[in-house]
Each structure stands twice: as C-alpha cells, then as structure tokens.
Design a protein around this ligand. Structure first.
Ligand code: ZN
Length: 621
C-alpha cells in the first residue's frame, strides 16, 4: 500500500526543529525526487503586519512574486547586528524587538528560497533558477550557523521569564531540542551522512528496468504492480525485485555506513546510540521511544486482526485463494477508483467542495486559486512528484504536483490542500516562525483528516465510483498503519544494534512481517523473499524515524472521521481549532485539547478498530 501513497513523505510543512535553522531535504518517497525545502525559520514567520504587493483585496499571483537572490554578506552583517542587539539588550522589550526583526529578515530570505525552488521544480530546464538553487544550497550551512547563534542567544537570555511570557514556554523547549541536534565536532560526520543519503537517492532515482522490450524508469512500473492480470503483476514484481537484487551489496553497504555514521554522531552527542539524536532531529517535544513502542504494541494487538480481515475481503473480492505480495495493491478486481473528468473538472470540483465545506475553506481556496498558487499539471521539464511549500512574505501556501489520472490527483485537493489550509490559517495568526506548525504527526493530522472531512464531496470527483473510492480509501488507510509501524520498529532495532550484519537485518525484517503483516507472502521473488524489501523504503535510508508520524496521524484522521459521522459541524469546529493553534502547542496538547485520544493512549486503537470495522460492515460495495 505504501507504493500507492505518493504524498506520504512528499513535501509538506515539515517542521524540523529550530528557531533559526534551516534544512533542505529531498522528498522521502521514491516516487518523489524534487527538492523540498524544509525550512522553518527561513520560511514561516508572520509577526509583522507589513503589506506586500497589490492593492487591498487583490491577491498577488505566484508569477508576480519577485525573486531576489539573498546576499550572503549582507545577511551575515544584518544578522550579526541583530545578534548583538539581542545579546546587549537592556530590557526584555529591546530583546523581543531585535528577535522580531530577525524573524522579518528570515521571512524575506525564506520566501526567496521557496520561490527559487518552486520555479526550479516547475521547469528544471530553466537555467536561471537552476543556478539560484545551487547557490542557495551552497549558502545554506552558513545561514544555519547564524540561526543557531540566535537560538543560543535566546536560550541564554536573562529576560527569559519575560520572553516566555510573551512567546510561551514551548519556544524554549523547541530551541533546546534544536541546539541538541548538532555541534561542530560532528560536522564532518553530518557531511558524510549527506553524501551517503545522496548516493542512495541517486542510485534509486537512476533506476531503469526492462519491461516488455522497453527501458523504463522504475516508478513507471507502478501501474503494472497493480494490473488486474495476476501474471502481469507478478512479472512486474519480479522485475522490480531483480533491480534491487542486482544492487544488493551496494545497498547493504550504504545502509551499514549510514547506521554506523549516525551511531557515531549519537555517541559524540553523549548518547548510547543514535535514537535520542534521531528523535531530536525530528523536533519531537512530547513523546519518546516508550510511547512510540506502546503505540506499535497496540497496533500489533488491536489493529493487525482488523487489517487481516480487510485483506481476507480483498482476496475474495479479487478472486484469489491466498494473497501473494503481488496481489497486495490490487484492492478491486477491475482496478482502483479513478477520478472522472479532466484535470480542469477536478480543480473545479475542488473549488466547489471548499466553498461548500465552510466559510474558512472558501476564503482559503479562493486565495489559492486567485493567486495561482497551484501547479498541478504534468509538463515537459517539470520535476516529478508533489509537495506543498509557502511564500511567507505573502502568507501564501503553494502546491506542486503532477496529475496522472489516478486518485492521487484528488489527494492534491484533499491531502496537500490540508497542509496548505493549515499554513494559510497559521500565517494569519501572527505566530513566531518556530511555532507556526506542530511536529510532523501534527502536520499530517491536518492533511490526513482533511481527506476524510471532505468525504461528503468526494462524489464530485468520483461520480459513480465514489463508493468504491471510499472503501479503497478506508482500507488503504488501515493497511498502511501496520506497515508504517514495521518500518519504525525495524529502525529502532537497527540503531539499537548497529553491529547487525546485512543477513541479520533482513532476518529482522522477515520477523517483523510475521508480527505486523502475517498475510504477506513473498513467494520466491528476488530481493523480497530474503527479507530485503526494506531497501525500497527511502525513509529508512534518508529520514530515520520519520514514518511513524504518518501512522499516528492516520489514527487522528480516523478519529476526526468517526467524529464527523456523528456530528459533522462539531467535528469541523474541533479540526479548525486544532489547525488554528499551529505549533504553539505540543501534539499531546493539541490532541487532548480537541477532546481526542492520543494514539499511544491505552485503548485508543481498539476503539478506532472496532468503529471502522463497523463502518466496513455497514458499507458494502
Ligand atoms: Zn502530508
């Protein structure tokens, strides 16, 4: 099911920790190779009411937003001046003013970063933005260093009580986490880590396979993995598996180096292994490995049986005696539900949907469309994949995608638009940049819940196949969770025991399959059958521990969905309140504040599993 989820691991407002850091990451999913800027401080900031562009009431269009190359020397001088003002402030107010001025500077730089990356991905042949992207890559580390100095100055402030009063204590929790993420001694290891992840990514991105006499990029094999003809599906899996089998040693070696590198980083930061550092780098500020393990335990005990039943239904539906791995993605005998109509029809339906859903979404979607803040059609020269980013000077979110005629096109308007909506709301609340978006399970709660809260309007996209879509969407959301937990537990084991051999790593994967997906049968497919399927999961190499966030968010989305079935209006209000708090609260506080259950709270999953089972029973195809 993970293959069907292009936007998972795609771009989002990924709030890496930091009041001043920036981080650029490539999208996590194998299907997604464009640059995604994960850049909090330099992207998101909304303190000043300064107006930009256009007359009142007229939205500035994306194409009219001016790009100016950030001048590193000038930025250095400006931030040094602001740093000195923060350090030498003789009153809390002076310090706050200097910090807010720094935020303004960040916002400007961040907007230019986002503009350059967005325009580069829209047309990778455009030499101007290609050069600008390279330049921005180059100056990134220097900006990060400046950011960290500001963070440290704030942390050491003698006016901390007044600052906490003004900005809240969570800012300081986040800053503390952020400064724990690196020190000069590990810079070299970090550079090596970057090189290794780039190597993996390049290898994966260059993957070409022979298919029916043609040479295809690996992602193009995707549709054949779920072909209604079983022999075709099996052949596609074989071809895919063989590509990984042939690079077995290289993939093993890359991972081994990454685990050892990260372990060395963790130890240099004073830990026994990489795990605490890995959590810090995801900015996790309210739950740790213990809660995470409790969540996975509930999934194994209470959700795996529900999913096993869903898989049983699937086998009956597609007419096979027992499911094999190559049946995994085919939920319906005649293929999965596709949206009806042209891309223009989909866009028009999206607008209607948000107009009807609520006054808040109406305002948002009009802003998005009037500003032409979506680039969703496939074009020559356009980077693959999809993401959502923002231009903070204009409080404008931006959605990038490549429509391809599958239900993924609708996800752009339900899932990605959920991220964009959250940014749109938070940007108008005046939060500090580092408090704009919550940690990642919170951000994904925004988007994944929107997928369900828009359910009454899915008919606009799917017409006669709406029921099929709804069932597929529900099943898919369930099937994904045990897989995600497996990816997470696998990584915990890998970093707890960095000395494992490639063979032992594969063995671990196979044991986890039995725990989380006992219905999976790899037969004798190359790579798969010896337990190396994990090498296809880019997050395992590139974004350690970032995956369970999707699983937790999925259970939150389920709760919003179930709530909306009893009282749509009340569920929407809760959702809006959740979104409107941005990142000013921890995930835990956001969830309990909305009167929902924490995913790792005992009994949470059992309740969700029972309610969804009931929905499945009551909603046959
Ligand atoms: Zn997302």
């Amino acid at each position: 099911s993970e293959n069907r989820r292009p936007f998972r691991g795609g771009g989002l407002f990924a709030p890496f920790p930091s009041g001043g850091g920036w981080r650029k990451a490539r999208a996590g999913s194998s299907l997604f190779l464009p640059l995604v800027l994960y850049c909090l401080s330099w992207m998101n900031s909304t303190i000043s009411p300064r107006r930009h562009g256009g007359k009142k009431g007229k939205t500035m269009k994306f194409t009219e937003m001016p790009y100016t190359r950030p001048d590193l020397e000038k930025i250095k001088a400006d931030s040094t001046r602001l740093l000195e003002r923060i350090q030498s402030a003789s009153s809390a107010q002076e310090q706050i003013d200097a910090y807010l001025a720094y935020e303004e500077l960040s916002k400007e730089i961040g907007t230019n970063f986002s503009l350059a990356y967005a325009r580069h991905t829209i047309d990778t042949r455009d030499e101007f933005y290609e050069k600008e992207s390279d330049y921005l890559d180059e100056i990134g580390p220097a900006l990060q260093e400046m950011g960290q100095k500001i963070d440290l100055a704030l942390l050491g402030s003698k006016f901390r009580p007044q600052l906490e009063e003004r900005f809240g204590t969570l800012l300081f929790t986040n800053l503390e986490i952020s400064v724990r993420c690196m020190k000069p001694e590990i810079m070299e290891l970090m550079q090596e880590e970057n090189k290794l992840t780039s190597e993996y990514q390049k290898l994966y991105a260059s993957a070409m396979v022979e298919w029916r006499g043609e040479t295809l990029p690996l992602p193009k094999l995707g549709p054949f993995l779920q072909d209604p003809d079983r022999a075709v599906r099996k052949a596609a899996y074989e071809v895919r598996g063989r590509w990984f089998e042939e690079r077995r040693e290289q993939l093993d070696e890359l991972y081994d180096k990454l685990v050892k590198n990260r372990t060395a980083q963790g130890r240099a930061m004073g830990y026994e292994n990489y795990i605490p550092l890995g959590y810090d780098r995801l900015g996790r500020n309210c739950w740790g490995p213990k809660e995470c393990a409790a969540f996975r335990g509930q999934i194994a005990a209470d959700l795996v049986p529900v999913v096993a039943r869903v898989k049983d239904d699937q086998a009956k539906r597609i007419g096979v005696d027992s499911l094999k791995i190559y049946d995994d993605l085919l939920l319906f005998p005649d293929g999965n539900a596709k949206p009806q109509g042209s891309p223009d029809d989909i866009l028009a339906a999206g607008k209607e949907m948000y107009h009807e859903l609520s006054p808040e979404t109406k305002e948002f979607i009009d802003f998005l469309y009037d500003g032409e803040l979506l680039d969703v059609l496939s074009k020559e020269g356009k980077a693959p994949g999809g993401y959502c980013t923002s231009f903070d000077l204009y409080k404008a979110p931006f959605i990038f995608s490549n429509f391809n005629g599958t239900s993924g096109d609708v996800d752009v308007l339900t899932h990605e638009a959920g991220h964009a909506f959250a940014f749109y709301r938070a940007a108008r609340k005046g939060y500090l940049s580092s408090l704009m978006s919550p940690t990642m399970e919170g951000c994904e709660t925004h988007s994944m819940s929107m997928e369900f809260l828009t359910a009454p309007w899915h008919e606009k996209f799917f017409g006669p196949v709406t029921r099929k879509y709804e069932i597929g969407h529900c099943e898919d959301s369930l099937i994904f969770i045990p897989y995600g937990c497996m990816v997470d537990e696998f990584q915990h084991i890998m970093y707890e025991k960095p000395e494992l051999t490639p063979e032992q790593r594969n063995q671990t994967w196979l044991e986890l399959e039995k725990k989380y997906r006992p219905w999976i049968d790899y037969e004798d497919l190359p790579s798969y059958s010896r337990g190396a399927r994990w090498q296809q999961q880019t997050h395992i190499y590139m974004s350690p521990f970032y995956y369970i966030d999707y699983c937790m968010a999925q259970t939150m989305a389920h709760q919003f969905w179930l709530a909306s079935m009893t009282d749509r209006e009340a569920a929407w209000k809760k959702y809006l309140a959740f979104v409107d708090q941005g990142g000013t609260k921890t995930f835990e506080d956001l969830v309990t504040g909305a009167g929902m259950k924490l995913p790792y709270e005992a009994g949470c999953i059992k309740e969700i599993g029972a309610a969804i089972s009931k929905w499945i029973d009551e909603n046959p195809l």
